[in-house]
Ligand binder design. Sequence first.
Ligand code: MCA
Ligand code: AMP
Length: 508
Amino acid sequence: MDNCNLFAALRAAFPQDLDGIAVETDTGLAYSWRDLERGTAMIANLLASLKLEEGARIAVQVEKSVEAMMLYLATLRAGYVFLPLNTAYQKAEIEYFVGNAEPAVVVCSPANFGWVSKIAFQAGTHHVFSLGDARDGSLLERAARHSDRHQPIARRDDDLAAILYTSGTTGRSKGAMLTHGNLLSNAEVLKTYWGWRQGDVLIHALPIFHVHGLFVALHGALLNGSRILWFGKFDPKRVIERMPDATVFMGVPTLYTRMLAESRLNKVVARNMRLFVSGSAPLLLETFNEWKERTGHTILERYGMSETVMLTSNPYEAKDGERRGGTVGFPLPGVGIRVRDDEGKDLPAGEIGGIQVKGPNVFKGYWRMPEKTKEEFTADGWFKTGDVGKIDERGYVVIVGRSKDLIISGGYNVYPAEIEGYLNDVPGVAESAVVGVPHPDFGEVGVAVVIPKPGARLEPDKLIASLKSQLANFKIPKRCFVVDQLPRNTMGKVQKNLLREQHKALFA
Ligand code: MCA
Ligand code: AMP
């Protein structure tokens, strides 16, 4: 293909009949393929009219809507770089992302226009638009004045398509730069590997600011010309209601456990489904088994990262093997996975070490952080995932832990170092430690343990309230303890494993 623009590839997969329904929303709206074609053209023309520089970033923090999805597609179509932001992010978080990425355009929800536009203009952004989830806001008003025809801009394979911010073990968030080639190659591999076929209908109930909802689910359906049942917010009852009309569902483990808690989930509602995919966080064997019992379907677990999109997947076809709970399956076709020890020696099957990856799916590097990028790659070009695991005798990859200090809560990543930084800034706090403990709904949640300065009196509720005023809600520890000291080893390092052990039954 001459033009490697991802939008062009997705557009080429639209069905011939553009009047057919592409997206049906849970609020009763229906969008045809022609609506997607025209809507994305108008937004792409609006972006083009702004005469932005090559590689300009379009930062977007808006509620989930079909128009927000069209804004993503239009950004690709116009050849710019999409930068999605979690709707839970607050002022300090947005200030950092906008300051770091220097977007040419910022799009936010109408309700946040006041404070977001202030941050954006101060950071030098020239264009701020609003977009609501009820087809309102200045973006659509402005786009409506533009032509509904637009030729996708030619992009090369390694031109940037998106930047996704992801945190590291230390320091602030890093922008993972993903190219048109990264995203398209991964989508094409998954299309074949997961057996996308004519007649498939996807239930889309994930947020569209992370890899899972924005790329894996959305590209999967679009590249197959498949209809999408679109949920603005995940609601287990309503998803189960629509399940008979669908064939594919993708979710983080919390979505599965929440549906299992519904008495209406059974084999009858799942009778037309052909594939349930889980990822972004470990799926408990218990959930895997219970799902099979209740619905008759074996969940296919896969493994991904913002930096690499999808790396491994359990098999779809029985001929390739069974789907094994507790594993994330095999490296996807074209993706190399190896497990190495700390000295850089390859480990044989069954031995535990650091998981490394190579392939067309691996990102181009961290935005304006060449040193950090270099550190995360080996000399021979493999990306160090920070996940710890093994490849078992049958070739299945098993993740057993992480070398990065990270909590995955309901599919969102929470970095203890970031929360500890905020806690340590609270007057009267000497130090703090945040650890992840098991949670029946979110899989894992953060718990904070705080040490007061001599003579200071700290109240857990006030500490939590202080965090809530500054950080995205999913990052807030679900419990906080004020204690005299933290357990330390002989080197003086905080023994987080002991804290995890001590608090592991808090939510049992
Ligand atoms: C909401 N809360 C959370 C979370 N979500 N706390 C911890 N972890 C969370 N994930 C907070 C809320 O702010 C609220 O706090 C309280 O918990 C209860 O909220 P609730 O109404 O139950 O939450 P919800 O709005 O229903 O959201 C739960 C959710 C959502 C639907 C599971 O978290 C979600 O959509 N998760 C999916 C994330 C995702 O797409 N991850 C993919 C990343 P308060 O009452 O104090 O306000 S992509 C990725 O990881 C890689 C590449 C991959 O492999 O896919
Ligand atoms: P992020 O880069 O924020 O999208 O998060 C990626 C991380 O999520 C990976 O490095 C893993 O630690 C974790 N992850 C993704 N999928 C799975 C899975 N199926 N099982 C366990 N961990 C997973």
